[in-house]
Ligand binder design. Sequence first.
Ligand code: PA5
Length: 416
Amino acid sequence: MIKFTSAQPIAVNVNNVDVALSQIRNDLMSGWLTLPDLDRTAELESIKSAASRIQSDSKFLVCIGIGGSYLGHRALIEALAPHFPTKVLFAGNSLSPRSLQRIFDKIGDADFSVNIISKSGTTLEPALAFRFFKEKLQKKYGREGAAQRIYATADANRGALHGESVQEGYTRFVIPDNIGGRYSALTAVGLLPLAVAGVNIDDLLAGAREEKASYSAESNFAHVAPIQYASARADLLSQHYDVEVLASFYPELQLFSEWWKQLFGESEGKNNQGIFPASVTYTTDLHSLGQYLQEGRRNIFETFLEIEQPSTYDLAVPSLPGADVDGLQYLENRKLSEINKIAEQATVVAHRVGEIPVFELTIPDLSARSLGALIYFFEYACALSAKLSGVNPFDQPGVELYKSNMLRLLGSPKAS
Ligand code: PA5
């Protein structure tokens, strides 16, 4: 279970939260809310069987996708660092030729498969990257052989990718109609790449399920952690704290912060409103943005993402014979993880002294179960935060303008 603590008192506006939660429950795009409780036996079996096929015939799986069709599974693979012979690579999340070439070089002559992930099927970055990899697959394995190595995760019935998948006979996985991109990490979008990478997807889903159950088990909803977090954020925003920094002392969580930024940024930033989501990884950033946080403008609040038992793996500071030349003898034999925790405590205190409102979110450990719980926690808190500020958590109208400009400049027949 995720623990939320705040030094400031938390005022939950029970009526507003009640209205917002009922709006979320009735929203057609709230499929993620009950997803952990669905019986997904058949879907999970076909994901696992595709994953073992890919593991047996491919050295690499290239996951092509952007935004919500990319960040969740990338973050989880990075955080959990599973050791599996089949490596997952990521393409279609930029238009950089150098990045694409690096992936081609990495694959070289090795066997590979492709997971194209796009709900709409029309997003230019992944669609273009897919074309490059299709060409490579077809050259290497022939058209039919290529089709057997393409796994398409798309809308069930609509969109260009759906049509192509049916026509070419790709193995298909569905992004439910009622779940949008950035809320889809626990759908097939994330689960297939995660299973291929060797992440225990049953544990991941169990974590989300347990987290959800803990909310219903709480008799007073003002004590439910994501409700407290969303309420505390809204309260700070009303006091002009309009930047939230997600801080962690674990570089393994750096990409998790990217997923979090997309979730909150795209859900809340509309109608000239919203808290700007930023992130730091300490202690690295204590030697960079740390200065700004400590003494810069006071419009920032900070949410520390903490891990109770960070690692089963640890290193002790070596003890060296002779004089204390580096002045570090006092740390001999102490665990690096313990020193990291102390740096964290020191930073929390320093930032409180610097008058930064600080929240702490704690997960038990860095496991699939805990991260499944954390994903559900943030999805819930994010949808609620957006509804509390009166915006739609599930659309992203602002993304369209760059797209239509780009298509017009490129001379697309679909340009508006
Ligand atoms: O959260 C969202 O809806 C977006 O970030 C999308 O995931 C992103 O734009 C990719 O869209 P698609 O999956 O349709 O290619």
